[in-house]
Ligand binder design. Structure first.
Ligand SMILES: [Zn+2]
Ligand SMILES: [Zn+2]
Length: 331
């Protein structure tokens, strides 16, 4: 919009005559940056060096090029800030091969409003999440089926015919080219999506889970928490793992990834979600990441938190990769 405005201003100031060396639209369009192979750029975050034009905000998005594919991972909190940073970094979102949404939280998906504006056909991989419009079963029978017997028909959902109820909704992204990912999958050679589930709904609260209810199996559905997908790239050094917010815990995602890929863990990049934890817990975790899970490099961003930045840096030393907003990380 800014560039169009500039163009209009030039037109107005210069009148409509052709003699004024007016810039053509092609001249105004920036030369988009070619993202190099095995390169990650942090597009959206709340920390980083002061780089001209870039706006910091709490949320997460990054872009990576691997085996010729340009992949957008998450889209940040605010579509305007996302657009600002994309333009400041000269990135052309019409050139991406596909996008991945790690999970349904606002600080990872809102920027997709801008993505879909410039590239409405782009393929987006989503976790199978009810809150994103996935067509899936949902238990509306509750935990005590005897309650139904004493209810008037008009007080029962669908007059009592709700046994295999599925949500079939028109969601926010109903027009987009979405593929819901149910289980860990290799979507391109060496490019895998790892599925995990947070048992805490992603907010670290004690939402009453039907997992605890023994009789719930008979209702055909079980509540099982917030769905997440992580991206794992099979590099020469081992897997380069991208995590969005790690609500399933970064440790669980690493374990799942190692199990699925049968490969070493070269680097873990993104939001580790360690803000709620104390020093002792984080020191133990850093030890386990390094020695039990054999993570070679850590590149924490977004919701990892100051304390985790510090403790991971102390533990991983030269294998701590700084990954702030605008930073280019090579692997
Ligand atoms: Zn989240
Ligand atoms: Zn987040």
């Amino acid at each position: 919009m800014y560039k169009i405005l500039c163009f209009c201003t030039v037109l107005i100031l210069g009148g409509c005559s052709q003699s004024n060396n007016k810039p053509l639209v092609e001249d105004i369009k920036p030369d988009f940056r070619e993202i190099e192979e095995n390169t990650i750029i942090n597009l959206y975050d709340a920390f980083g060096e002061d780089i001209e034009g870039l706006k910091k905000d709490f949320g997460f998005s990054c872009i990576v090029k691997f085996k010729g594919k340009t992949i957008l991972f998450d889209g940040g909190t605010n579509a305007d800030i996302f657009q600002n940073n994309i333009e400041a970094l000269n990135i052309d979102l019409t050139q991406i091969d596909f996008a991945i949404a790690s999970h349904s939280h606002f600080d990872h998906i809102n920027g997709f409003d801008y993505l879909l504006k410039v590239n409405p056909e782009v393929k987006i991989y989503f976790p199978v999440d009810l809150f994103w419009g996935a067509n899936m079963p949902f238990n509306i029978s509750g935990t005590d089926s005897t309650a139904t017997d004493s209810l008037d028909k008009r007080m029962q959902y669908f007059g009592g015919n709700y046994k295999d109820f599925h949500f079939n909704q028109t969601g926010r992204f109903w027009n987009a080219n979405i593929e819901f990912i149910k289980e860990s999958t290799e979507i391109e050679p060496g490019i895998k999506l790892i599925t995990t589930t947070s048992s805490n709904m992603g907010y670290f609260n004690a939402y009453p889970s039907l997992d605890a209810c023994e009789s719930c199996e008979s209702h055909g559905t079980k509540f099982d928490g917030l769905k997440e997908i992580s991206l794992s790239l099979e590099s020469n050094e081992g897997e380069i793992l991208f995590v969005g917010c790690s609500h399933s815990t970064v440790e669980k995602i690493i374990i799942e990834t190692k199990e699925y890929t049968k490969n070493d863990m070269a680097m873990v990049y993104g939001g580790y979600h360690l803000l709620p934890y104390d020093r002792e817990t984080l020191i133990d975790l850093a030890y386990r990441l390094k020695y039990d899970h054999k993570v070679k490099k850590v590149a924490p961003a977004h919701c990892s938190g100051h304390l985790a930045f510090k403790i991971l840096q102390d533990n991983f030393k030269e294998n701590y990769v700084y990954a702030g907003l605008g930073e280019i990380v090579k692997f």
